[in-house]
Design a protein around this ligand. Structure first.
Ligand SMILES: C[S@@+](CC[C@H](N)C(=O)[O-])C[C@H]1O[C@@H](n2cnc3c(N)ncnc32)[C@H](O)[C@@H]1O
Length: 268
């Protein structure tokens, strides 16, 4: 974990954990979760299928609220993240909720060294995960390595088309190139009611659908479904508004680019 992008991103994510735990905007509702709620979005619950009894590896699990929500649905869960503060918070959330889960601190590329190789029925990855990874091929290899033969990846993500856009004077403008290292400096994170970050620098990558498909295929995975959505769990551009399903959309009457996608792929 010694390269500059990894260290820079890890410092940023270590700091975001406390801010996200304290979020009152509704993006992370820890209190509702502790009252017995499920943090998975209706969109995910519709598509993920019955997870009861499945061994699930949640890669890039952040502070574990989705991991523990999968446990609440009856899965046997392991969450992995490279942020020490995220993993500490996830273990504490497991303790507070009384739910059973393993949490592992590791770089996602090294997942097979830290989790049982070929040990999982499902790998779950969601919402703002693969954009932190330069090498999408190595990520796909890591996913395949921890899945049992016949095991399934469930991926819910921001759409690369949306990620390329910025809103300028109310118009969406294609701003960022695909498959290129991007450096950002953001004062705030997407949740946490405007609290200010000290570790503001990040490195990100926008992976095209083609690169993702090629990476999974080369890692021995067969893509079984791909759905594009006109909604997203965070307000990626300022004019988006939130619906009762907790998802953000472009304002009524404005054409929307694809904002998110869900993909499933199976290991041969
Ligand atoms: C936006 S969060 C994932 C979203 C998650 N569904 C959530 O909101 O709870 C992105 C996570 O990726 C983790 N991450 C970024 N790069 C990583 C890497 N190379 N290895 C492991 N975790 C990484 C960060 O620490 C962070 O917790």
């Amino acid at each position: 974990m010694s390269d500059e992008p990894t260290q820079t991103n890890r410092r940023n994510w270590d700091e975001r954990v406390a801010i996200h735990l304290d979020d009152r905007s509704g993006i992370y509702d820890v209190e509702a979760f502790l009252r017995g709620g499920n943090a998975l979005l209706p969109l995910e619950l519709d598509e993920i299928g019955d997870v009861s009894g499945l061994k699930i590896a949640h890669l890039q699990c952040h502070f574990g609220i989705d991991t523990l929500s999968l446990a609440r649905l009856g899965a046997e869960v392991t969450g992995l993240d490279f942020s020490a503060s995220a993993i500490a918070a996830a273990r504490e959330l497991a303790r507070q909720s009384g739910l059973q889960a393993n949490f592992v601190e590791a770089n996602v590329y090294d997942a097979a060294e830290h989790l049982t190789p070929s040990g999982f029925d499902m790998v779950y990855v969601s919402w703002g995960a693969i954009n932190w990874l330069q090498d999408i091929g190595a990520w796909a290899e890591a996913v395949a390595a921890v899945l049992k033969p016949g095991g399934r990846l469930f991926l819910a993500e921001g759409h690369p088309t949306l990620q390329q856009l910025e809103e300028v004077d109310g118009k969406l403008v294609v701003t960022y190139p695909l498959d290129t290292t991007l450096r950002f400096r953001e004062e705030k994170t997407y949740a946490g009611d405007g609290q200010v970050l000290h570790n503001r620098d990040t490195f990100e990558w926008i992976h095209s659908m083609g690169s993702l498909f090629a990476a999974l295929t080369e890692a021995g995975m067969r893509v079984e479904s791909l759905r594009e959505h006109d909604s997203l769990p965070w307000p990626a551009v300022p004019s988006m508004t939130q619906g009762v399903d907790r998802m953000f959309r472009m304002p009524e009457g404005r054409p929307s680019p694809p904002l998110a996608f869900t993909l499933t792929a199976r290991k041969a």
